[in-house]
Design a protein around this ligand. Structure first.
Ligand SMILES: Nc1ncnc2c1ncn2[C@@H]1O[C@H](COP(=O)(O)OP(=O)(O)O)[C@@H](O)[C@H]1O
Ligand SMILES: O=C(O)C[C@@H](O)[C@H](O)C(=O)COP(=O)(O)O
Length: 335
């Protein structure tokens, strides 16, 4: 049991809102991007990856977002459809916007970076009028990722979605998902991140992301406990702080502190850990599992995805995560 309440009468399990993009992951690994010649195309964008994770885990999943009216936009919609994700609230933007691209560089298993092309992107064109109250009312949970707050009108669309979710008791997950693109100032980042975090039931982010959020309000704080406590004065019931391969820690409004299991692997690349963790963790919470069990499932999923080339395509099924966790000890013993 955990401390979240989902309305199990609702038809939709989970809706993600925000960016639908393309990942172009370097084929030549252990090489700087300057020397990389070929890339493989995948669906990308943090909330998109989390939606794919949830659908792979068997959850009835939908998406609220805008895609560009181009070949990449059509690829994204097609991929979502093939992944059993409801696209009734995915709108094709006709303003001449483009699809956001994330080129990834895999210099070594631990030295990876992402180069994003995000000028005039379709995802940030999401309008408040695109957000359908009934859709959110019919869902057990929604996920907001912080990058959707980086510009208007997407920012206002997210605030409206949050209002609908609070009005209809739809559980809100917030993945801080800080990306240093589009934002104009530290003040802007701080204000919008904090305003949204106040309205969410579960907040998930890396230590570095919380540091960014606290830049004006708790500058210099490195204490996870202090970070989490602030949000329990608002709507948060669970706050999770991730520490890369060191694992993660969760705090609850009831005063619990739960250190998550981690399954260290030598990764192929570092990115994708957060999105796969979020998907499987949210899945576990929605099954009513204890928070520690859900964190363990998240960590298992993350270990699988960092060992794979893609993020979205590599999202595992429940059976794959269960088998990975079961066999982890044996696999480590052979290594
Ligand atoms: N090398 C690794 N081996 C196994 N698990 C990992 C590794 N790196 C990250 N993880 C798992 O993924 C989770 C999220 O990773 P983290 O890097 O903190 O997030 P993000 O990708 O958002 O920066 C961690 O809590 C851990 O469980
Ligand atoms: O979020 C993006 O736009 C890029 C992602 O698709 C990318 O694969 C990635 O960075 C995953 O992020 P993480 O899971 O937080 O490591």
């Amino acid at each position: 049991m955990n401390n979240l309440k989902f309305d199990n009468q609702r038809l939709i399990d989970f809706i993600a809102i925000g960016r639908l993009c393309i990942d172009l992951n370097a084929n030549e690994i252990n090489r700087p991007m300057e020397e990389t010649l070929t890339f493989t195309k995948y669906l990308g964008g943090s909330p998109a990856n989390i939606a794919i994770a949830m659908s792979k885990l068997g959850m009835n999943t939908g998406f609220i977002g805008r895609v560009a009216d181009d070949q990449m936009g059509r690829y994204i919609v097609d991929y979502l459809k093939k992944s059993n994700i409801d696209i009734s609230n995915v709108i094709t933007d006709k303003s001449g916007s483009v699809t956001g691209l994330a080129f990834t560089e895999i210099k070594s298993p631990t030295d990876c970076s992402i180069l994003m092309y995000r000028d005039n992107v379709a995802d940030l064109k999401l309008q408040p009028t695109d957000v359908n109250e009934e859709y959110i009312k019919n869902a057990k949970a929604i996920l907001v990722s912080g990058t959707a707050l980086a510009a208007s009108p997407s920012r206002e669309a997210v605030f409206l979605a949050l209002d609908y979710a609070r009005k209809h008791n739809t559980v809100v997950f917030f993945d801080i998902d800080y990306r240093p693109y589009t934002w104009k100032s530290v003040e802007e980042i701080s204000v919008y991140y904090n305003l949204v975090a106040e309205k969410c039931d579960v907040i998930v982010g890396t230590r570095e992301e919380f540091d960014m959020m606290e830049m004006l309000t708790m500058k210099g704080n490195k204490d996870d406990h202090a970070t989490a406590q602030k949000w329990f004065n608002f709507n948060a019931k669970i706050v999770v702080i991730k520490h890369g391969k060191e694992g993660s820690i969760a705090y609850t409004k009831k005063g619990e502190e739960i250190v998550g299991d981690v399954f260290p692997v030598t990764p192929l690349k570092t990115f994708g850990a957060g999105d796969s963790y979020a998907g499987a963790f949210i899945y576990g919470l929605m099954q009513g599992w204890d928070i520690g069990e859900a964190m363990k499932f998240g960590a298992g999923s993350a270990a699988i995805v960092v060992s794979s080339h893609s993020c979205s395509d590599a999202m595992p099924t429940t059976t794959q995560i269960e088998e990975f966790i079961l066999n982890y000890g044996k696999y480590k013993a052979i290594e």
